[in-house]
Write a protein that binds this ligand. Structure first.
Ligand code: ZN
Length: 270
């Protein structure tokens, strides 16, 4: 019977994950532009064709229409389908990783990973992080904190979560104001500071440190690749780059594998 419930949960998470992923695309487009997220209905950005329900089935519609608008034939970015698949896979991962903790923990983590996906793509495309998504991550962390008190959380104590939030806010706010005052420029957006506070609440202080280290490693590798490509004669844009995608990716690793990575790291010294 227990297996039956688990299989049903996987199927439900997979199907809902695809549908919510489809909605995340709407959020990624509309939140940074301040548009209403419910109206108007999804439409082709080129010809204005309003999508019917059968044009809006996650993944399937994209394949059937071969990635083109039904009306005008304009190419539809594969990113929309990629977001749907990504959200689906991460929701399945939430079931795999947190089912044993209880269904409340699974739901809270699903909300958090979806909000992280939106932050990831919004920051890449518009260099902004929607406050509503940061609040979503923080509320997931808060829900897990409360569940933990009843023994149904993901195994991170409420103290560790609060320390994580404090550490994330303090550490990133320090760099934000340091650069603002000393270097007279914004090296980080303030959105990164708020995001890191929410992530700290989600993954605890150990996870927040892991997330920060991974994000910095990611930036380092990315800058190195960019430098090598420029030397190779490929033109790339200068200056500002989004930091939240690295933080979001680091937060996902910390959420799913934080325990394993931290205990492996500590085992090296014992
Ligand atoms: Zn069209």
């Amino acid at each position: 019977m227990a297996h039956y419930y688990l299989i049903c949960t996987y199927i439900l998470a997979g199907v809902l994950g695809l549908c919510v992923g489809s909605f995340l695309n709407v959020l990624i487009w509309r939140l940074p532009r301040g548009e209403n997220i419910a109206k108007p209905a999804s439409h082709c950005p080129k010809c204005g064709y309003v999508l019917k329900w059968y044009d809006n089935i996650p993944v399937l519609s994209y394949c059937l229409l071969r990635g083109r608008c039904r009306n005008c034939g304009e190419r539809i970015s594969f990113r929309y389908t990629a977001v749907e698949i990504l959200n689906c896979l991460l929701w399945l991962a939430c079931v795999w990783r947190f089912y044993a903790c209880g269904i409340g923990a699974v739901i809270a983590c699903c909300v958090a990973v979806s909000a992280l996906i939106v932050c990831f793509f919004c920051d890449i495309e518009t260099m902004t992080i929607p406050d509503s998504m940061i609040i979503g991550i923080a509320l997931s962390g808060l829900a897990l904190l409360i569940l933990e008190i009843f023994g149904l959380g993901t195994g991170i104590s409420w103290q560790d979560r609060l320390w994580g939030m404090g550490l994330g806010l303090a550490f990133f706010a320090f760099f934000f104001f340091f650069y603002l005052v000393v270097k007279r420029k914004e090296a980080l957006g303030f959105g990164d500071v708020k995001l890191m506070g929410a992530v700290g609440l989600l993954v605890g202080w150990q996870g927040a440190i892991l997330c920060t280290i991974l994000a910095c490693l990611g930036v380092f590798v990315w800058l190195l690749v960019r430098l090598l490509r420029r030397r190779g004669g490929v033109q790339t844009e200068q200056g500002e780059f989004p930091f939240a995608p690295f933080l979001a990716a680091g937060a996902l690793v910390a959420l799913f594998f934080g325990d394993a990575i931290i205990s492996f790291y500590l085992s090296l010294f014992v």
